[in-house]
Write a protein that binds this ligand. Structure first.
Ligand code: B12
Length: 220
């Protein structure tokens, strides 16, 4: 059963979607629940596109509507922790050929709320740039957002190049985005895969916590 909000998003009912989001936020409803209903709508828009009921114009309209909804939701997601208390660093990128960025941007927001410093390289990024940035920034994590299958090989190329440079084991690599699976993770050689930004944040926090414990015991 899809919710009213999800249905209105699928039908691209711009004003109804934004009015309901505003209304439910003002009533104190969990912003992640509202977000999740919007995200379901996007998956169903994707289905309609695949079934040739929708075309590129509808994909674009849905993307814009989702972005506007996220602008309303984001201020309700939480308080940013104190500046200067950075728990870790992450590089995010959507690779070569792919310009989808809605999911990546949400992940970036949620990571920042947990005091993880985000270096967002944007979309359509070449593998060489990612490798250069890893060398320069030396992050704890690298996150790929992937919505097109054509990014699988560029992601694998980054990881292979990091291996060649002896940098692969110095960071944890995550991959996410609606079309990814654990098979994609294994193919490219990443450590973790999810289609839920919150799970990605939890993964980072668990790794950071484990490192603190190891350090306290005299390791690394
Ligand atoms: C909106 C949309 C667009 C918009 C994107 C707007 C934007 N600024 O991003 C526009 C109109 C630009 C677009 C264009 C195209 N699109 Co499009 N698009 C979609 C759609 C409907 C929704 C994607 C979305 O934003 N979902 C909402 C977000 C929040 O979900 P998400 O990205 O999965 O992110 C969540 C998690 O996955 C996670 N996450 C995301 N990244 C990461 C990374 C890490 C590290 C972690 C931990 C978590 C994480 O966090 C988010 C929150 O939980 C999907 C359908 C679908 N099922 O996904 C098709 C879809 C992705 N598009 C598709 C296609 C084919 C195209 C086009 C090629 C169409 C065309 N003929 O031109 C172009 C490609 C343009 C390009 N070169 O990139 C196909 C891809 C098929 C494939 N297997 O490769 C899909 C699947 C539709 C379909 N069913 O056919 N698209």
């Amino acid at each position: 059963m899809t919710s009213n909000l999800t249905n209105n998003l699928i039908e691209l009912e711009h004003d109804k979607v934004l009015a309901e989001v505003k209304e439910r936020l003002s009533q104190g409803e969990d912003p992640m629940k509202i977000f999740s209903e919007c995200k379901n709508g996007m998956e169903l828009v994707g289905e309609r596109y695949k079934n040739k009921e929708y075309f590129l114009a509808e994909l674009m309209l849905s993307g814009e509507l989702f972005r506007e909804s996220m602008e309303l939701i984001e201020p309700y997601l939480g308080e940013k922790k104190t500046e200067g208390d950075i728990k870790g660093k992450i590089i995010l990128a959507t690779l070569q050929g792919d310009i989808h960025d809605l999911g990546k941007n949400i992940l970036a927001t949620l990571l920042k709320l947990e005091d993880i410093k985000v270096y967002d390289l944007g979309v359509d990024v070449s593998p060489d740039i990612v490798v250069e940035k890893v060398k320069e920034i030396q992050p704890d994590f690298l996150g790929f957002s992937s919505l097109l299958t054509i990014t699988f090989d560029p992601m694998k190329k980054v990881i292979d190049k990091l291996k060649e440079a002896g940098l692969r084991d110095k960071l944890k690599i995550m991959v996410g985005g609606g079309i990814t699976t654990t098979l994609v993770k294994d193919y490219i050689g990443a450590d973790f895969q999810t289609i839920d930004a919150m799970e990605g944040v939890q993964y980072c926090l668990e790794i950071i916590k484990a490192r603190v414990v190891i350090k306290a015991r005299g390791g690394i």
